[in-house]
Design a binder for this molecule. Structure first.
Ligand SMILES: Nc1ncnc2c1ncn2[C@@H]1O[C@H](COP(=O)(O)OP(=O)(O)O)[C@@H](O)[C@H]1O
Ligand SMILES: [Mg+2]
Length: 280
């Protein structure tokens, strides 16, 4: 793929990624539409230091159009991630272009939040929601929309006390003074009602607030959000859910984007209602 211009950050290697990195690949941690995340262990480190490699594999027989599509997702993720630094956003350690694979080197996490949901404590719900809100606020303040906020794209740190937003393949940086965008992918169960009208979304930040609200629902009910479930009455009637979480859900799941809270407003609300607690 000599026709693709690589950012300086991306290393070019003529060997496989495993050789270039000096690692042994152990097993697949997760799979997405066009990538595979693999657990790898460093051969040289005595303690067997582990990494997660997000690999985008393409075959030489694949059409040029398909290869370019894969490349564009990879470069998009690299270009956005390398600019970010936040405790609740995955850190990109290295990016490699090797023979027939493109690889992102990431810190290894225990699992994604979707798999961890059944074990999240009541305190964890508030903590992980607060951290996810903080990550999204950080992104939106930089005019970046993530594009696919959901528990599968939130990773659990090995301490069990921290989550990190990952998967920036669909992320977009919006121009100043522009809130609309023509393309937004997302996952149906996390998309706001304005997405289904067929009209262009006027405020993509608010669309992402809704996804944050659905992420909160998945935390509160310890399962991935379901497409046609209206969670608000369930949350309102549930006496065990804390009032602050009820208010957050109410404000984020507001059907009208104009009335819906931004991630920043929820971040502020959480800081005011529980100062000093429970972030990182
Ligand atoms: N750093 C990591 N540590 C552990 N597991 C990870 C890591 N990154 C991704 N995964 C797992 O791989 C899955 C797919 O990764 P993701 O970045 O979401 O790729 P995709 O774009 O293919 O959805 C995640 O849902 C998660 O289960
Ligand atoms: Mg994903």
């Amino acid at each position: 793929m000599a026709c693709v211009r690589l950012p300086e950050f991306v290393e070019r290697h003529n060997v496989s990624a495993a050789e270039a990195l000096g690692v042994r690949e152990l097993r697949v941690l997760g799979r997405g539409v066009s990538s595979e995340v693999v657990l790898a262990v460093e051969k040289s480190s005595p303690e067997g230091k582990k990494k997660a490699l997000k690999k985008i594999v393409y075959g030489e027989r694949e059409s040029l159009a398909d290869k370019l599509k894969r490349w564009s997702f990879f470069l998009n993720e690299v270009n956005i991630l390398k600019e970010l630094s936040h405790p609740n956003i995955i850190e990109l350690q290295r990016a490699l272009s090797c023979r027939e694979e493109l690889v992102l080197v990431l810190e290894l996490h225990v699992s994604d939040l979707a798999s961890a949901l059944p074990h999240v404590t009541d305190f964890g719900v508030i903590r992980f929601f607060t951290q996810s809100t903080s990550a999204l606020t950080y992104l939106h303040q930089r005019r970046i929309v993530h594009g696919d906020v959901k528990p599968q794209n939130v990773l659990l740190h090995h301490t069990g006390k921290m989550v990190r937003l990952c998967d920036f393949g669909f992320a977009q940086r919006l121009p100043e003074n522009k809130k609309s965008c023509n393309t937004y992918s997302g996952t149906p169960a996390y998309l706001g009602p304005e997405f289904t009208t067929g009209q262009p979304v006027q405020d993509v930040y608010k669309l992402e607030s809704f996804a944050l609200g659905r992420l909160l629902c998945s935390l509160l009910f310890r399962e991935k959000a379901k497409l046609n479930v209206d969670y608000l009455p369930l949350i309102r009637e549930n006496a065990t859910i804390p009032a602050t979480m009820k208010e957050c859900a109410q404000r984020l799941l507001e059907p009208s984007p104009t009335e819906r809270a931004t991630a920043w407003q929820i971040d502020q609300f959480l800081t005011q209602t529980s100062p000093g607690a429970p972030s990182n």
